[in-house]
Design a protein around this ligand. Sequence first.
Ligand SMILES: NC(=O)c1ccc[n+]([C@@H]2O[C@H](COP(=O)([O-])OP(=O)(O)OC[C@H]3O[C@@H](n4cnc5c(N)ncnc54)[C@H](O)[C@@H]3O)[C@@H](O)[C@H]2O)c1
Length: 369
Amino acid sequence: MTSDPTLRASPRPGSVLVTGGAGFIGCALAERLAPLADRWVVLDNLHPQVHAVSERPAALHDAAQLVVGDVTDPAAWDSLLTGFRPDVVVHLAAETGTAQSLSESSRHGRVNVVGTTELLDGLTRAGVVPAQLVLTSSRAVYGEGTWRRADGSRFQPGARTHAQLAAGLWDFPDAEHLPNSAAETVPAPSSVYGSTKLAQEHILSSWAGSHDTSLSVLRLQNVYGVGQSLTNPYTGIVSLFSQMARGGRSIPLYEDGEITRDFVFIDDVADALVAAIASPPERFRLVDVGTGTRTTIRDLARTVADFHGAPAPHVTGQFRDGDVRHAACDITETLGALDWSPRWGLADGIAALQGWIAQQAAAEAPTSG
Ligand SMILES: NC(=O)c1ccc[n+]([C@@H]2O[C@H](COP(=O)([O-])OP(=O)(O)OC[C@H]3O[C@@H](n4cnc5c(N)ncnc54)[C@H](O)[C@@H]3O)[C@@H](O)[C@H]2O)c1
């Protein structure tokens, strides 16, 4: 852990390449670091599922140079890496729909897995070994994680089956879910998305190991907040709930409403990335990034509904294949590994998000006269 506060305040990242850097997390990271970098280059295909309009997002810092291109395209890599030797590569580009990944597996595999190997092949062809690689992995790699029975014994139940969910058997009986931890929980993804994120970890780790370069992997919990796509129906439950409640609708709750997640505000995630970049590990670092607090979907929905004076949320009993019952993490090790700690509580984060959504709506509203 670095104790030098100036390092955190002004890391000198050199030349930085950020794949998917025009998205939610990429824009928040650029806001903090792009003005400090020698060069900040974003490779992003402005995916239509994420970007309502195919143009440079207003939220992307002016200091960032946007190159529109696809991480799966070798020609995009060759053209980008001609004359550009990044010191740091932050790999954010990904297909991110958990449920979608079960019906569009190849799309997820192509972008998340092959897109990662194309990145490495592009670096190899250009003869570039960045001093540091950073990957945003996901809590999805844990799947249902580890559970503890009343007698203290632990087990990893694996994915919930479709039949189990169709019968309304949401939980694993007489057991409780333990917070996921990179040091202890063996990954067992229950979605293709989670599997591709785990593959990304392994692929980058193999390459970084044999090229003697540094790799930080941050397994992010559910990130929410200002700047998340409001039009992507496949990700961003807090934004989705917020828009329903703003519209005066009762929020539908899947399963019995007792699904839990660790909702971490975008600023805390961007700060964790900054801290990781500011102090690269010699070889490899794997950390969980969340708040360490679990919230039920019911409580999340109630807080959002109360904010807008919307009708109470209602349980629908619907479910999504591939969704895990519980996701939360233990951040104790992360607090030791990074000069970082989460600062945003859920209520404040939700309030900030509602303010931003209102601004977006006002900006889009037709002006009279
Ligand atoms: N947001 C979360 O809750 C969360 C949680 C865990 C992990 N992550 C990971 O963090 C990363 C960033 O997520 P985000 O929330 O900013 O998502 P996002 O969808 O807002 O941003 C992803 C960006 O990648 C771009 N992209 C997609 N496919 C691409 C391709 N083939 N080539 C080039 N660019 C492409 C998109 O246009 C978008 O700008 C992803 O790797 C995701 O798996 C996010």
